[in-house]
Design a protein around this ligand. Sequence first.
Ligand SMILES: C[C@H](O)[C@H](C)C(=O)SCCNC(=O)CCNC(=O)[C@H](O)C(C)(C)COP(=O)([O-])OP(=O)([O-])OC[C@H]1O[C@@H](n2cnc3c(N)ncnc32)[C@H](O)[C@@H]1OP(=O)([O-])[O-]
Length: 715
Amino acid sequence: MAQYTRISGSVGLITLKNPPVNALSAVVRQGIVDSVERALGEPEVKCLVICGQSGKFCGGADIREFGKKMTGPPLIPVFHAIEAAAKPVVAAIEGIALGGGLELALGCHYRIAHSKAKLGLPEVTLGLLPAAAGSQRLPRLIGVPAALDLITTGRHVTAAEALQLGIVDQVTDHNTVDAAVKFALSVAGQSLDARRISTFPCPRLSNLDAVFEAAMQKVRQAARGAIAPVACVQAVRAAATLPYAQGLEREKELMATLFTSGQARALQYSFFAQRAVGRWSMPSGARWDTSKPKPIRKAAVIGLGTMGRGITVGLAQAGLSVVAVETQEKQLMEAKQAVSGMLERGAKKRGVSPPLGNISYSSNIKTVGDVDLVIEAVFEDMALKKEVFQQLSAVCRPGTFLCTNTSGLDIDDLASQTPNPELVVGMHFFAPAHVMKLLEVVYGPRSSPQAVATAMQLGKVIGKVSVAVGNCQGFVGNRMLSPYLSQANFLLEEGATPEFVDQVLEEFGFAMGAFRMSDLSGLDVGWRVRKAAGLVVPGKPARMRQGCRYSPLGDLLCEQGRFGQKTGSGWYQYDKPGSRVAKPDPWLHSFLEEYRARHGLVARRIDHQEVLERCLYSLINEGFRILEEGIAAGPEDIDVIYVLGYSWPRHRGGPMFYADMVGLTRVLERLEFYHQAHPDVPSLQPCNLLRKLVASGTPPIHRWREVIKKVHSQL
Ligand SMILES: C[C@H](O)[C@H](C)C(=O)SCCNC(=O)CCNC(=O)[C@H](O)C(C)(C)COP(=O)([O-])OP(=O)([O-])OC[C@H]1O[C@@H](n2cnc3c(N)ncnc32)[C@H](O)[C@@H]1OP(=O)([O-])[O-]
């Protein structure tokens, strides 16, 4: 709702009330209409102030109403009525003014913001564009280049930047409503002609076409197939080239193409999925709202390689006291330098001083005796990790949580090295650990709900989106990646090239295809895991393992020292070790031909569809197995992991959402088709849960948890 009160005798105060972010639901919109009408009708009222309840102005349109039948007054006429008002209307912006919330403020005649407020038009991140005249008013107010930047990126700006850009008229450190009331009274009775933004001409640009060509090229490059950023550029162009009313029509047309698009649905699903994963649960019944986390004030990181350094930076930047331990003196010195550099660069970007004092460095593991939580990040070797856990059990005080950054080793096996396995969980960071948003929190059968709650809470404190998952080889992300990479290798055996497979996957929206990604992370990483799993054994049948098809292509490349970017050659060739530009490698093409000839394989023509379906459906199928086993509680958990950790294109929602979009019946049919052609590839054999979902009429994704629950209760 929107509450109307009269204050200071002559000020009509309209307070938006719709927790948690005062979104512009139908009721709120009607409340604004009624309140503005009342204030304009009361002769005693000389001016109006609009504010939001609980220190938040407005989070925009109510996303929960999208996809439902539209009720209540539409936004544009509401904002026009405010702009046309004969009495000054001042927006008192506290906390947030985002999307429709900023568009409401742009409809007002003046904007006063609190210094901590964040403002922006993030519609593009939801697959939309600012459709309450924001794409027409903002360019008129701040100019085309600045408006293009805000609208195509959706980034939030601080109140200080908003003042500098001309979005707000004043910034205050004090009570914003008081400041707005004082300001409103000071301008009451003054002419408002020069304050109605929709009447402003859009600032002219001598190189208008060049500006828009450059903007369009930039968004197309970054978009990876997303359509909303392109529509945003077109909407701002309308503002720069058309009268306001026609520009508004164009904005409406463009929004209509986006609103019902699959991409908008995927991005809005992703928005809510990222919030849903915080409400975690375990098969034991333990849940986010029944498990109390322990506060972590002091933490330790053991092993300061690439991951350990990034984790240390993330903890220190979040204000924690950190003990950083590296037993090799030389590595310790290098790590100290690297970590300090990362903190200084981060602080410079954020305009704060670097928290160098938060970290103490040591080569002695005995110095972690007084910490609340330890994150082990040593080399990915089980024997070494077990040794570290034994040492930690000896030096840490009772109740210290012991976490491991392993990317797929058995958490419970590590927990067996300690007297308190209930205090052991996995905290699987993604490289670079101080940048990537995702954190997989892995619980073993003996991990306590408090240990999980504490790791999830710590993830939030250091700015991560944490997802709680069960313990199994490769956890969720890497486990699903295995069939995806196997299919990519099998496709090479059958006639494809790395370039073609990667092209298909990158057209789908991945930042990098399977082979370019392997070259980046290093082929030797997978080779070590396969060796540890006993898959790389000389003399074994080349292409079968335990009765299943196996491709030794990656092993053969590693035996030749082709580890990817780091050695200057892998699936592609590179100018020199460490360079990032992948070039097709004639050597690899002849290597593949020889390999096929040696194994009696005849190359055949493989099309886009087959590459996409075999790589993605085998990954999705493994996702269904993970849901069936209860390793992940719901499809949202898997989708958030893939979007934030494995560059699955956000505008496709995630693997499980994509399966829902394609249609589970189709996914099942195609898996059955490919499994028939490749009976020795178990990852193509449709999972029972998938069959059950299809048999129960392919319910929409938000209802899969019911079917999963039923499956679990029958197990
Ligand atoms: C016409 C017009 O042009 C168009 C078409 C539009 O306007 S489109 C809409 C444009 N607006 C946006 O893109 C802003 C989206 N929201 C955010 O970016 C963030 O939420 C936040 C505002 C910066 C707060 O972050 P937070 O970290 O403090 O809390 P939270 O956990 O994220 O959110 C707290 C709770 O609020 C819910 N929520 C947040 N914004 C919402 C919104 N706009 N509508 C409905 N619910 C919303 C969210 O789901 C969560 O619910 P629950 O999980 O607790 O049940």
